[in-house]
Write a protein that binds this ligand. Structure first.
Ligand SMILES: O=C(O)[C@H]1O[C@H](OP(=O)(O)OP(=O)(O)OC[C@H]2O[C@@H](n3ccc(=O)[nH]c3=O)[C@H](O)[C@@H]2O)[C@H](O)[C@@H](O)[C@H]1O
Length: 441
């Protein structure tokens, strides 16, 4: 009891209610009661905190390999909808020329998406962009591309291709004649780190685009980005559209190949007119910071070492690098030659067009040569480290046969790597120096 005294002494005679004074209870009883209430209070506090903890844990989704991608990108409905938003959508999609088309461009704030959107707008087509602005690479670059498009009159809606209510809303507001589907999870090596993001964007995302297109009235014609990577371990060069594509070397390639098969299904069942474009290592101004030519430039300027991959027995690794302006011409020609879809009300009314084209440059260049061109343009010697090509998705060689695209689309690339890289370097230096923007990493 004597230990209790110092704590309880100043509490013993304090009235529980103002005006009342308790005289008839012993201090011992008071102390006991106080301790009892304290224990009760602690019990309820712990229970309450425990319940809050359980609620919090249950309401937080388990972390998944693509949780950062999907959660950050599945559009917040509050960012779209409403009369002012619809007005912007309509105005952006309004055709300005007599023979203009109305195109929904997905991945519009991406590298190819920005260039294609601007080119379409420039020639008088109606263009609406869609992009989820995910942070696979620096979102500030995507925002700068968005600013660029805003200035040309293209509104880029912020939302995800998996957001079906948003897609349906867009088709309610605008009767798109074409969809240029460029939104994707790109990069062959990143698939080792975040496989689910490829399934999410390149498979589930493609299916939701096709689902909405299939039900739209009228059904649009679709042109979409496949990839040279579908040729995988194919060793017959140059790669022709007739060559085998059943040996993908990366999950990225596998999802693009799956996309081509999915396209076949929607064409076959629903009469959607679909054109897949196999892009060959596209580069140029406003490019993707995850690509070698881009981060080599950054690292060379910073004096950091760069790893150059080589094949077995020091074999050359080479790419059919294709300049963005040539790719844009191929994309526009694909839209212009796309036949109408044949379905209505989701049902096929007759056979519809299904095409696949290589869009490459037809002249592979070794990566070592790419680096020496950059060294010359940047006037800085690279700190090169030769590395055996890691087994994480890369292939040793790509080379496009473009006969089919030439014949059907009039596609004819005109920019060699030296000329294209010169334009890229000029853009890079002005973008990262003049505007005070910093490249990440
Ligand atoms: O055509 C495509 O369909 C794909 O093109 C692009 O893939 P890739 O051709 O692999 O381009 P990219 O990564 O720039 O590597 C270029 C070269 O540098 C070599 N490379 C790369 C990294 C490195 O550290 N060292 C190196 O030597 C590397 O071995 C390679 O030889 C797109 O990213 C992809 O999204 C897809 O569109």
């Amino acid at each position: 009891m004597s230990q209790l005294k110092p704590i309880s002494s100043h509490l013993d005679n304090i009235p529980s209610t103002p005006g009342k004074f308790k005289m008839d209870k012993s201090p011992y009883i008071h102390r006991l009661r106080w301790h009892f209430s304290l224990a009760k209070l602690s019990f309820w506090c712990f229970l309450f905190l425990g319940l809050i903890l359980i609620f919090f844990l249950r309401s937080t989704p388990p972390s998944s390999p693509y949780s950062d991608h999907s959660r950050r990108s599945l559009g917040n409905p509050s960012t779209w909808g409403g009369p002012a938003w619809e007005k912007r959508v309509r105005s952006s999609a309004r055709v300005q020329s007599r023979k203009g088309i109305t195109v929904l461009v997905t991945g519009a704030a991406g590298f190819v998406g920005t260039h294609v959107s601007a080119a379409l707008k420039h020639r008088g087509d109606g263009v609406l962009g869609l992009d989820n602005f995910n942070d696979y690479y620096e979102p500030t670059l995507k925002r700068s591309r968005q600013d660029l498009l805003e200035r040309t009159g293209v509104f880029v809606v912020e939302g995800d291709i998996n957001d079906l209510p948003l897609l349906r809303k867009l088709f309610d507001v605008v009767a798109f004649s074409h969809v240029m589907h460029l939104a994707a999870q790109a990069g062959v090596r990143y698939a080792m780190q975040n496989p689910s993001s490829y399934v999410h964007s390149n498979i589930a995302g493609l299916v939701s685009i096709l689902e909405v297109c299939k039900s739209a009235n009228p059904q649009p014609s679709i042109v979409w980005a496949s990839s040279s990577s579908v040729y995988g371990l194919n060793s017959k060069v140059p790669f022709s559209e007739r060559d085998r594509t059943d040996q993908p070397a990366s999950l990225y390639a596998a999802t693009k190949k799956a996309g081509e098969e999915i396209a076949h299904t929607y064409n076959h069942i629903h009469g959607l007119s679909i054109t897949g474009l196999r892009f060959f290592t596209v580069y140029g101004p406003w490019g993707r910071p995850d690509m070698a030519y881009f981060f080599f430039t950054k690292d060379i300027l910073k004096g950091k070492s760069i790893s150059i991959f080589e094949g077995p027995n020091h074999g050359t690794v080479a790419r059919d690098f294709t300049y963005i302006d040539d790719i844009v011409k191929g994309c526009l020609a694909s839209l212009d030659t796309a036949e109408k879809s044949t379905g209505s009300g989701g049902k096929k009314k007759g056979p519809a067009q299904l095409r696949v084209f290589n869009l490459g440059n037809t002249s592979p260049v070794p990566v070592t040569k790419l680096v020496s061109i950059l060294e010359r343009l940047l006037k800085v010697k690279a700190n090169k480290v030769m590395l055996k090509m890691p087994r994480n998705g890369d292939v040793q060689f790509t080379h496009a046969n473009i006969t089919l695209a030439q014949r059907e689309l009039g596609y004819k690339p005109t920019t060699d790597l030296q000329t294209g890289l010169k334009k890229f370097v000029r853009w890079y230096l002005s973008y990262y120096s003049s505007s005070g923007k910093k490249s990440s990493g």
